[in-house]
Design a protein around this ligand. Structure first.
Ligand SMILES: NC(=O)c1ccc[n+]([C@@H]2O[C@H](COP(=O)([O-])OP(=O)(O)OC[C@H]3O[C@@H](n4cnc5c(N)ncnc54)[C@H](O)[C@@H]3O)[C@@H](O)[C@H]2O)c1
Length: 358
């Protein structure tokens, strides 16, 4: 992968072994802690350490895989291990894993001793193309997605798509949702490239991956604290997070990207209702997403719970909600007022015309 963006505030670099080795050498950390889950421990840790001999002595903190690890108790156990092993202000946390690991590991680093350095070594498509960049860290609380967290930039993001070789297919597809979102909010030409792309096993398209990272990095650099522009990256997430939270209570939860894909369909319909996009654009968004994602129905009896989570995620002003909504494919406004009636209408349309039981 070409060197993406060097020497800017995000320190986003390629994961060529030499970049990471040089980073560790120049920073002289007193100790290293690698946070991973049991899958990334099995598939990614050995090649990672072999490539980086300075990390031979690193302490390994292993978490259970999955969203349940973005939890206060897990955070406590990480902080306890750091304390037990004498981590100090000059220790480094290395998040080796998907978005769950970079979210909770980054959060732990951002609060331990009021903040120690961390780097992300993303291993899932979702983390490579999106979650490892931008500095959002956090965990879920009381069933609400990302309810607690910080925006703290990693000292480096070392990306090596070689890790994707062992990523299960469902998780590969999951990561594609955030790539489609990046295109929808910023780059029509990129969306056109993606619109007929079906993610097959072994997907490793470097130009697609790097384009997504470049878009995210560009937006974050302009508005790191999410005061305005960065909110466009939440397209699909206002509805998507509520769906993800709702499904967390069900026997078969949805993955983040799977929920966001449904969120993007419903929020695109809001764009259509508000005459911000044409029916043709709406249809092309739906068919691009349908190539890779299932559109699970939102059951009527789940609606009170859905709106409960939805209201947590969004500020509502006089029965209206603020959404990041498309102006057209490739353009997005960070804040558009939408009435609760319109949200209900969009969900009804989704259930009637788009959703299907798979
Ligand atoms: N901070 C942000 O900006 C941001 C952005 C988007 C999403 N997120 C968060 O990211 C999370 C989702 O990320 P995710 O999909 O990477 O989840 P994840 O970290 O749970 O990883 C997905 C699964 O793949 C496994 N895995 C990861 N890499 C592997 C590899 N190379 N080989 C084999 N198995 C591997 C993991 O063990 C896990 O089972 C959500 O919590 C979401 O809220 C954060």
């Amino acid at each position: 992968m070409p060197s993406l963006i060097k020497n800017n505030s995000l320190y986003l670099e390629t994961s060529s072994k030499k970049d990471l080795i040089a980073f560790l050498k120049s920073n002289k950390y007193t100790s290293h802690f690698i946070i991973c889950d049991s899958n990334t421990l099995k598939h990614c840790l050995t090649p990672f350490i072999l490539a980086c001999p300075q990390l031979k002595e690193a302490e390994i903190i292993e978490l259970e895989p999955g969203e349940e690890s973005k939890d206060l108790q897990v955070l406590t156990s990480i902080l306890q291990t750091l304390t037990d092993f004498g981590a100090d202000k000059k220790s480094l946390i290395i998040n080796l894993g998907g978005g769950v690991i970079s979210d909770i590991g980054g959060f732990a680093a951002s609060i331990y001793k009021r903040g120690i350095d961390f780097i992300n070594v993303p291993t899932s498509l979702l983390a490579i193309a999106d979650a490892s960049v931008g500095g959002k860290t956090g965990l879920n609380f009381s069933g609400i997605k990302n309810h607690i967290g910080t925006i703290t930039q990693p000292k480096g993001v070392f990306i090596d798509p070689v890790f994707l070789k062992t990523l299960p297919q469902r998780h590969l597809i999951n990561g594609f949702a955030e790539i489609i979102k990046a295109a929808l909010v910023q780059d029509k030409k990129f969306f056109n490239t993606l619109s007929s792309l079906k993610i097959t096993p072994g997907f490793n398209n470097l130009s697609v991956i790097s384009q997504s990272i470049i878009i995210k990095n560009r937006v974050v650099k302009k508005d790191p604290a999410e005061k305005g522009l960065r909110k466009i990256l939440n397209f699909g997430h206002t509805v998507g997070h509520a769906i993800e939270s709702l499904y967390m209570e069900k026997p078969l939860p949805l993955l983040h990207g799977e929920a966001i894909a449904i969120g993007m369909v419903i929020e695109s319909y809001l764009c259509l209702l508000l005459k911000r996009i044409s029916k043709k654009e709406f249809d092309s968004i739906c068919s691009c997403l349908a190539l890779n994602f299932n559109f699970h129905p939102l059951l009527q009896h789940d609606m009170p719970v859905f709106f409960n989570y939805f209201n947590q995620d969004k500020k509502h002003l006089n029965k209206a909600y603020m959404f990041a909504l498309l102006n057209s494919i490739g353009k997005c406004d960070p804040e558009v007022k939408v009435s609760s009636m319109m949200v209900e209408k969009a969900i009804q349309y989704y259930n009637k015309k788009i959703a299907h039981v798979s």
